[in-house]
Design a protein around this ligand. Sequence first.
Ligand SMILES: Cc1cc2nc3c(=O)[nH]c(=O)nc-3n(C[C@H](O)[C@H](O)[C@H](O)COP(=O)(O)OP(=O)(O)OC[C@H]3O[C@@H](n4cnc5c(N)ncnc54)[C@H](O)[C@@H]3O)c2cc1C
Length: 455
Amino acid sequence: MLINKLFDTAIVGGGVAGTSLLFTLARYTDLKNLILFEKYDEVSQLNSNPKANSQTLHVGDIESNYTYEKAKIVKKNSSMVANYIQNFDEVGESGFKGDKMLLAVGEDEIAQLKSRYEVFKELYPYLELWDEEFLREFEPKLMEGRDEPVLAMGARGQITTVNYKNLSESFVQHALDTDKNVQMRYHEEVTKIERDVDGYYKITTDTTMFRAKSVVVNAGAYSLLFAHSMGYGKEYAILPIGGSFFFTKEKLLNAKVYTMQNPKLPFAAIHADPDCTKDWNTRFGPTAFALPKLERYHTLHLKDFMSALNIDKDVTKVYMSLFKDKTIRRYILRNVLEEIPLIGKKIFVKDARKVIPSLHVNDLTFATGYGGMRPQIIDKKKQELLLGEAKIVEDGVIFNMTPSPGATSSLAIALNDTLSLCKHLGATFESAKHESEIQSLRHTSLFEEILEESR
Ligand SMILES: Cc1cc2nc3c(=O)[nH]c(=O)nc-3n(C[C@H](O)[C@H](O)[C@H](O)COP(=O)(O)OP(=O)(O)OC[C@H]3O[C@@H](n4cnc5c(N)ncnc54)[C@H](O)[C@@H]3O)c2cc1C
């Protein structure tokens, strides 16, 4: 088997996580030899594809499942993607400006929304409260046929939607545009990663063998399987949660509309999003249901699946405690039923009416070919389901598992990993350049602003 030259860093996985790391390493460090392996023939064919996710830049302003502390982190993380989109002229290509809101329905939710607004307006000074009169004009479909009182907290003209595949392609292009040796290996599946006697890593693919001083595995659910194969991360297991969507037959809303979270439920409440792959048609979802797959719409490899589940008494306890709760049990059952053809949308429409009360079941179609798999992590030691990202860092090897809002946080995760790799490899990180291009908005001249407004 052919052994290639020694790379500084090898990245496994060409989703938004892998490509944002490639970009950060190539543009802001002095590492010269970088390689990325992607088993499909293009970047972002799985969860980072716009058909797989909700295309939201999660800023934390309208997501009521985030606490203030979590929102502060999400705001900082998302700003890197927003800055990239603006500084690298990606507005209209991978990032799109629009309006968004968090909708409260009924007196209880309205009271909660008002108190949330008082606290969160400090973090997001641009937020506005929108009453029924405003909403009737702004988004008429929200008000048509509505009996219950509503109030919304919203924002206008923000980067709301991101096509994370386009973003990944932009990351790759900017990495290739540097003077580094950046190799993209498409259609090349990594089958094994091993530590060599000299402390470097051997990366075996279906055709070749490569060597690297460091490895970052950004391979979705497979990140944990690689970690396990190297004896790491045994305290984690994966609960693969599928998410599906429903389209309305025509575009009904202009803004992203999120709803208030039921604090008992582990996954985000239903929302409606204008879809950038469907002429901004309204897409409802995602649903959340356990699915025996690691990759949606791809063949199930039973051995991998069983190994990701990593079932033992600790994992079983987490499942039991989820099922013990009546609200969660009903939620799980409802989400499973929503997947069944014909009856699915009859059940789903009842949830969707929280957003558009006049919605008829015939207005909805199951979004065939849309949806993804969230590799939710179970921490076996703590016996709990983790809702955010998880990372395993060992000597020169990093494994990332990135359920939502992993795409939003991609550049922040990449920064973290870059700093860790620079330390490990004794490389230099150009922090001033990164700060001006990613951590802040480039100064736009008055001329550019006027030009932008006139477009
Ligand atoms: C229904 C749903 C809605 C979501 N909505 C949002 C949202 O609105 N906003 C948001 O920020 N996040 C959202 N997310 C989460 C977001 O999609 C993920 O956090 C993000 O896409 C993860 O990126 P990734 O690069 O880690 O994984 P992926 O995009 O899945 O990429 C992993 C890559 O690794 C490759 N790979 C795997 N194994 C190998 C191997 N052995 N060799 C080579 N390559 C390999 C795969 O082919 C794939 O390209 C959502 C997720 C779901 C499921």
